[in-house]
Design a binder for this molecule. Structure first.
Ligand SMILES: *[C@@H]1O[C@H](CO)[C@@H](O)[C@H](O)[C@H]1NC(C)=O
Ligand SMILES: *[C@@H]1O[C@H](CO)[C@@H](O)[C@H](O)[C@H]1NC(C)=O
Ligand SMILES: *[C@@H]1O[C@H](CO)[C@@H](O)[C@H](O)[C@H]1NC(C)=O
Ligand SMILES: *[C@@H]1O[C@H](CO)[C@@H](O)[C@H](O)[C@H]1NC(C)=O
Ligand SMILES: *[C@@H]1O[C@H](CO)[C@@H](O)[C@H](O)[C@H]1NC(C)=O
Ligand SMILES: *[C@@H]1O[C@H](CO)[C@@H](O)[C@H](O)[C@H]1NC(C)=O
Length: 444
């Protein structure tokens, strides 16, 4: 992975500005020394080999453990609630009658009006509904409840108590809504002074160390070596995190794809989002075809294998000792280039697990909107600073060195080149540390 980072300057000034504003506001806010400055939870793959990621949180008082999908493409955090008309409920499910910290939210509240789809039941209680791009849906009451991440309990979080849920991600009890809209978890934490940034690192699918999902303040977590890219907003879909993508590369060639084919139109169509609810990056069909054909052209020496139901280009790499495959790059309008590793480009064919049949892990879509999915971000720390409006990629610090145990020892990392990071601008570090220490000293 390699970054060409030209936006530290810009980032630094917006962070400075933010910190200065924060310094002035501090004595007025309710943030006290007991507020957690760091909220952290582990994340892990759904089941070995699939591509959704879960975190385990505890809901209510006494706390009941729930397995939740982490989802940057939506705002509502919700869990299956009794009584439940549900496809499946692993574990006991959550019974609101058993929790002393549970309360319902009236229809007349602001929070209820912030929901994209809301209603009112007979008792004037707020009802929500969410229908996901992937076909899942949930419907129930908007409530206030205590959520516990790792060792940190966060009281009174607006969340959904889902009484009718369909097409659940197998093994999950609900979703953590990490989107950019008014009721998402990051927005709620930010408005309460608990966290301004969240970041996560998706671990590999085949064992190795777990990943993490952390919520924190800018001074505490901005990792050296992160390439920051401005987030773009679409008023029609406030939950989505859009980024300006300008092109794709294969090997050392930038492909002849017109830059505006990735642009969001004035009507809010098209564009490129980062969605942890999507497993493989989706590209509009004409772009996908140029991209795939360029990849084929660079791999004509590799034996092909039958297509899979999901992917239209697969390779039979059994018996090959040393494999040289081209890398793939995302070119962002702001300047940075994100170059992916093999494990972000090729995945095992689902019908031949363990036989070293690998497929090009991108899929075409008839939609005009492109989606950067989980597979392409495995092992790449992804940070969202929603206050300053940036998403950051890297450094690559959260994954095992091998791509998967099936490839262990056969899949030489040296064939994909060195990992170079741009050294962060020393001025940025000085400015951040100064501000951070000032912040700590004034707040105690
Ligand atoms: C709710 O509480 C009852 C009585 O304490 C207990 O039997 C039941 O298992 C609890 N249900 C859940 C879902 O925790
Ligand atoms: C709402 O009230 C009507 C009439 O009292 C009742 O028939 C209906 O079951 C109630 N619906 C719900 C969801 O409670
Ligand atoms: C939510 O589910 C309830 C119960 O199944 C149903 O009556 C109601 O129409 C649903 N609401 C929406 C908005 O779909
Ligand atoms: C996130 O939290 C985990 C566990 O507390 C920690 O190991 C990791 O270094 C943190 N990451 C960042 C970027 O702060
Ligand atoms: C990607 O591949 C091209 C062509 O082989 C090479 O020049 C470039 O250095 C590679 N980039 C990275 C980051 O490995
Ligand atoms: C892959 O190639 C090997 C020989 O190199 C062959 O035995 C095997 O059947 C092939 N697998 C598929 C799925 O084509």
């Amino acid at each position: 992975m390699e970054f060409f980072c030209s936006h530290f300057g810009q980032y630094c000034s917006s962070t400075m500005l933010l910190l200065i504003i924060l310094l002035h506001l501090l004595p007025l806010t309710t943030m006290d020394s007991s507020s957690p400055s760091f909220i952290s939870a582990e994340i892990f793959p759904q089941t070995v080999g699939h591509g959704s990621y879960f975190t385990e949180i505890e809901v209510g008082t006494p706390p009941v453990s729930q397995f939740m999908v982490i989802h940057t493409g939506s705002d509502t955090t919700w869990f299956q609630c009794k009584p439940c008309d549900c496809d499946q409920t692993p574990g006991l499910g959550f019974d609101p009658l058993n929790s002393t910290s549970f309360s319902v939210v009236p229809c007349a509240s602001n929070a209820c009006n912030h929901l994209r789809q809301h209603g009112c039941n007979n008792n004037s209680q707020c009802q929500y509904e969410v229908d996901y791009l992937e076909g899942y849906s949930t419907n129930g009451s908007l409530v206030l409840e205590t959520l516990t991440f790792g060792s940190t309990a966060i009281p009174s979080v607006f969340c959904g108590c889902g009484h009718s849920n369909y097409g659940m991600v197998a093994g999950s009890n609900g979703f953590v809504g990490l989107g950019g809209g008014p009721l998402s978890l990051p927005t709620q934490l930010r408005l309460r002074g608990l966290a301004d940034i969240f970041n996560y690192c998706l671990p590999g699918l085949f064992g190795g160390p777990a990943g993490w999902l952390n919520f924190s303040h800018p001074g505490a977590v901005i990792p050296a070596g992160t390439a920051w890219i401005p987030l773009l907003r679409n008023p029609k879909t406030p939950a989505f995190y859009y980024v300006g993508l300008s092109g794709l590369g294969v090997g050392d060639v930038r492909l002849p794809i017109p830059e505006n084919s990735f642009k969001m139109t004035k009507q809010g169509m098209g564009g490129v989002i980062i969605d942890s609810g999507t497993i493989f990056t989706k590209l509009p069909k004409p772009i996908y075809e140029v991209f795939r054909n360029a990849y084929i052209a660079k791999t004509i020496n590799l034996p092909r294998a039958p297509m899979s139901p999901l992917f239209d280009m697969c390779y039979n790499l059994s018996g090959l000792e040393l494999i040289q495959v081209p890398n793939v790059s995302f070119f962002f309008t702001a300047g940075p280039i994100l170059t992916l590793k093999i494990r972000n480009i090729l995945v095992e064919h689902e019908s031949y697990i363990g036989e070293r049949i690998f497929c090009f892990a991108f899929v075409p879509t008839n939609n005009r909107r492109s989606i950067i999915g989980n597979t392409q971000l495995i092992g790449i720390q992804t940070s969202f600073d929603t206050t300053a409006g940036y998403v950051g990629f890297g450094p690559n610090i959260c994954s095992p060195p091998e791509d998967s145990p099936h490839c262990h020892g056969h899949w030489p990392p040296r064939s994909i080149g060195m990992e170079n990071y741009i050294t962060p601008n020393p001025l940025l570090l000085v400015c951040l540390f100064t501000c951070f220490y000032l912040l700590i000293n004034t707040s105690v």
